[in-house]
Every structure is written in C-alpha cells, then in structure tokens.
Write a protein that binds this ligand. Structure first.
Ligand code: ADE
Ligand code: ZN
Length: 347
C-alpha cells in the first residue's frame, strides 16, 4: 500500500462537484466589498465571522457575507477568485453552485448575479487551468414559486455555462416533495438536477429526491446508510453523492471526528461517493486539505485517493468526450506525480 504525502495530495488532479461560489469567497474580498458598499459587517475581519456551531448559524453568517455582494462585478470577482483558489488546490474540473436566493431578498436581480458570474467563468476559462460549469441552487425556505422562477431562469441560459439546478439552505422542516413541479420544469428545460439532502435532515429527504424529484445526484447524503434498501438502489443506479466530510464536521456538526463519517462505509458498499469541500472560503479548508484529511481519517492509500479523484469524473455532468479527455489527463498526471515522488507506477 502506498501512502501519499500532503504535497502529493495537494498536487493530485481533482474534480469538485460540491462547492458554493459565495462560500468559497475570500474573507479579504468580502471585507473589501463590504467597505465599498458601506455594509457594516459584525466583525472587522470577516474571517472572525467564520465560526459556526450548526447549519442554521452557518446560514445566518452566509446571509451576512452575501449582503456585501451587490454588483455584477462583485459576482464576477468572487467567481474568478473561487476558480483561482480551486486551481491552486489541484481542481481541473468543477461544477460550482451559486445561490441567488440570498441576494434576491436584498433586492439584487438574478440577472445581475448571472451576468457577473458568467463573466467570471469566461475570464477563468481564458486564464486558468480549471474547467467549470455553474449550477443554480434555489433557496428551499423561499418556497415553490422561487424554485419555479429559478428553474425558468436557469433554463434560459447557455447550457454549457449553466448546466443544472440544485437546492440548498435549511433542510429540517422543509417538505422536499413540494419542489416536484420545479424539478420537472428543470428537467423539461434540459437542466441536470441535484439537491442538498440528508445533511442534517432525515434519509427520507434523499428518498424524496431520488423517487419524486428526479434528482440525478445527492449533495451530502450523510444519512443515506440509515436506509439499506435505498442505499442498494443508489449503488445499483450509480447515483453519485457529493460528500463534504469536513463540512459535516464544521458546519452541520453531525459528527465530532472525521473518522466517524460514513464516507468510508458508503464507498465500501459501492456508493459512488465523491469528496468535496462545500464552502472552502468560509471553512478556510479547501479540497486539497479535504483529501489530506480523508486519507488520514480512513488510512486511505494513494490508489484509493486516485480512485476518489477518478470517481469525480464519472459523477460529473461533463459531456462524454470531455470525461474521456479528463480521465486520460488524470492517468497521465497520476503517473508523472508518482515519478516525481519516487513511487512505483499505478496498477
Ligand atoms: N449553502 C452553502 N453551504 C451549504 C450547506 N452545507 N448546506 C446547505 N446549504 C448550504
Ligand atoms: Zn453545500
């Protein structure tokens, strides 16, 4: 068994399928934008805000962070910087969430958000070695009319830039089945579909997502193993989970130690469970840190970490040809890195 060093895991080429643009924003950028717009943050250094003891408190801080985002250029900047930081963590392909519900309620139009993010994405495609598509997450507590409006908006954009619709924010007390019509609209408009489910809420929300909302992926899925029959179905249908282990520890606070996380058991049972960071700016913990933490918590070999990276390609919504090219590139880079660190070739 080959164990990888931290440096090796940071350089490993990766796919990231669960990362929020707003949650990836740098504390220094939020401080700068708040100053420019005359928004008073509750702490001089936004990094001091990034302490939370559960999902609800985290989302309250997310609200504060989003109050600093006003103009299209603000959204361009945080999108571009999130991709710069992703590239530095070894991400070669990312499907990144954005959550307009947080700023729509402050009077910012979704078109302003999209214009800025689209520009940031296009600039990053030109400058950086990271491919990215965006996924619009509607805000579950904002209700079904908001969900439907977000499906219609997302459906009208360029599918190569905006590839899917998801949903985030609180889970407890939300009737997930109420969003069936919005997800049906998204499907009709050719959008891929995913949803945050089973993060700090019950496994029944995962069942609803798969059976009634037509979701193709599940974001988090921490509670999946509570339902062995559903687990079997998820394995058989290769429905991916975008797991965020350290987020579950730091944000949802559903485990006290990473080694308690069900990721290893999910993967052992054959679930296509990928590894992601969720909100790397707000957690000050990126996907490279996450790979190091996961390898350490579960004693994973370099081979297993390479497989986790390849599983991200399978779980992505990239076109088949792009997936083939990514696989070939990752295999080549795995070999180059092994050579550089004096390790034997992958078998
Ligand atoms: N938005 C950003 N991160 C989130 C999370 N972990 N759960 C729900 N909504 C979120
Ligand atoms: Zn998330």
């Amino acid at each position: 068994m080959t164990l990888a060093t931290e440096e090796h895991l940071r350089l490993l080429p990766k796919v990231e399928l669960h990362c929020h643009v707003e949650g990836a924003s740098r504390a220094s950028t939020i401080a700068d934008l708040a100053r420019r717009h005359g928004v008073a943050l509750p702490a001089d250094n936004p990094a001091d805000l990034y302490r939370f003891t559960g999902l609800n408190q985290f989302l309250a801080i997310y609200d504060v962070i989003c109050s600093s985002l006003r103009t299209a250029d603000d959204f361009r900047r945080i999108t571009y910087e999130a991709l710069e930081d992703g590239a530095a963590a070894g991400v070669r392909y990312r499907e990144m969430f954005f959550s307009p519900g947080f700023v729509i309620r402050l009077g910012v139009d979704v078109a302003t958000v999209w214009d800025g993010m689209r520009a940031g994405l296009l600039d990053a495609r030109r400058d950086l070695d990271i491919a990215c598509r965006l996924v619009l997450d509607f805000d579950k507590p904002s209700g079904v009319a908001h969900a439907e409006a977000m499906a219609e908006f997302a459906g009208a954009q360029d599918r190569d830039l905006l590839i899917g619709m998801g949903a985030d924010s609180v889970e407890r007390g939300i009737d997930h089945r109420a969003f069936a019509a919005a997800f049906e609209s998204a499907a009709r408009l050719g959008l891929h579909r995913t949803i945050h489910a089973g993060e700090d809420g019950p496994v029944d929300n995962i069942a609803a997502a798969v059976h009634e909302l037509g979701c193709e992926r599940i974001d988090h899925g921490f509670r999946l193993l509570d339902d062995p029959v559903l687990t079997g179905e998820i394995v058989d249908r290769r429905i991916p989970l975008t797991v965020c282990p350290t987020s579950n520890l730091m944000i949802a606070n559903v485990i006290a130690d990473l080694a308690e996380h069900p990721l290893a058991e999910q993967r052992r049972l054959g679930v296509l469970a990928t590894v992601n960071s969720d909100d790397p700016g707000m957690m000050q913990f990126d996907i490279a840190d996450e790979y190091v933490a996961v390898a350490d918590a579960f004693g994973y070999s370099l081979e297993e970490m390479e497989q986790i990276s390849l599983d991200g390609i399978e779980a992505s919504w990239a076109p088949d040809e792009e997936k083939r090219a990514l696989r070939a590139r990752f295999e080549r880079e795995f070999g180059e890195l092994r050579g550089r660190f004096g390790l034997s070739a992958r078998v």
